[in-house]
Design a binder for this molecule. Structure first.
Ligand SMILES: [Zn+2]
Length: 352
């Protein structure tokens, strides 16, 4: 079938919104008519990488309704509402998911990752599609598949933060705010948001941040060490820039031999450049600290994504606040530009 999508054509050029042609679903694939999709920072990394040289489809979180399924798809059926994510529901080591081949201007193109949600209709593998409760709204839930899964999951799954643990979150965009909310939901304290923008710090309080530090005007590491009495139990870097990676371990408390020998844990959540470096001495010398990475919040999507929908329905995750701006597909370059300039509080979405 024919549909319209935002296509990445060339480095540093705007995306073009044009007709593409989707093949019929393969045995493990579904055709989804989309409700909404998020505009995510990690997609900008791909757009900004000069190594991205071939035309491709972008976007990796969305909601939609199933309109057709392949013969092997059993967990959802036609008419079901679904969330699309970028990490698989189950993994067989070594097995590869066949990516749909899409036609655009008479050439065959692929998705940048496992999905391509910046499109009115998509073909997705069943491994990346999770049922969405029909009583849930279909717009703001579009940011669960990446922002919420990654931010909340880094706190719940990767770090396993417990009640009373102290937490610092560097960068309170969509992913960072989800991390703050998850920390709040498990009763972490204090929860310190660090950002360069006072408006974003104030916004983070509405997701459960108990303190805010502007790293442009204050020495954030020193302030966090003061606030937490020696360093946080957990620090989350939701940015992934070289400068934030380099200081992340400085925020967490050292282990004290003979008292509490194991130090705090730093978690890299934001997508770093491949050449990013870390000084291992920072973990070793001040005392047995841990540096961890997380791939999208170390999730089990079938378990985690419906839980976040329930959090929203129970008032524990204000997705309607997190989604602060809405665009049409034709305006996607406007949305990307606003995100690049740091103008977006929380997350923006494209509505179809
Ligand atoms: Zn993302």
């Amino acid at each position: 079938m024919k549909t319209r999508a935002a296509v990445y054509v060339e480095f540093q050029k705007p995306l073009v919104v044009e007709e593409i042609e989707l093949p019929d679903p393969g045995p493990s694939q579904l055709l989804i008519k989309q409700f909404a999709t998020g505009i995510c920072h990690s997609q900008l990394h791909a757009l900004h990488n000069p190594k991205t040289t071939t035309p491709r489809l972008m976007g990796h979180e969305s909601t939609g309704v199933v309109v057709n399924t392949g013969s092997e798809v059993t967990h959802v059926r036609e008419g079901d509402h679904v969330m699309v994510t970028f990490l698989p529901r189950s993994t067989v080591p070594g097995a590869k998911t066949p990516l749909p081949v899409v036609k655009w201007r008479d050439q065959e193109i692929h998705s940048h990752g496992n999905n391509s949600t910046w499109s009115e209709a998509i073909l997705a593998d069943a491994n990346f599609v999770v049922p969405l409760d029909k009583s849930a709204p279909t717009d703001v839930t579009a940011v669960i598949g990446c922002a919420v899964m990654t931010g909340c999951g880094s706190v719940l799954n990767t770090a396993r933060v417990q009640a009373g643990d102290s937490v610092v979150v560097i960068g309170v965009g969509g992913v960072g705010l989800a991390a703050v909310q998850a920390a709040s939901n498990v009763s972490a304290y204090p929860i310190v948001a660090v950002d360069v923008d006072d408006e974003k710090l104030a916004f983070a309080r509405r997701f459960g941040a108990t303190h805010g530090v502007n790293s442009r005007t204050e020495d954030a590491v020193t302030r966090v060490i003061e606030m937490t009495g020696g360093g946080a139990d957990f620090a989350f870097d939701a940015i992934g820039r070289q400068s934030t990676i380099a200081t992340l371990l400085h925020y967490v408390r050292p282990g004290l031999a003979g008292y509490r020998p194991e130090g705090g844990t730093a978690v890299l959540v934001g997508v770093p450049r491949p050449e990013a470096t870390l000084t291992v001495w920072d973990a070793l010398l001040p005392g047995s600290k841990t540096f961890k990475g997380t791939n999208g919040g170390s999730p089990r999507p079938d378990h985690d994504l419906p839980m976040y929908v329930r959090w929203f329905q129970d008032g524990k995750l204000p997705l309607d606040l997190l989604v602060s701006r809405r665009y049409r597909l034709e305006q996607i370059n406007e949305g990307i530009g606003a995100l690049e300039r740091g103008e977006i509080l929380g997350r923006s979405i494209v509505e179809f």
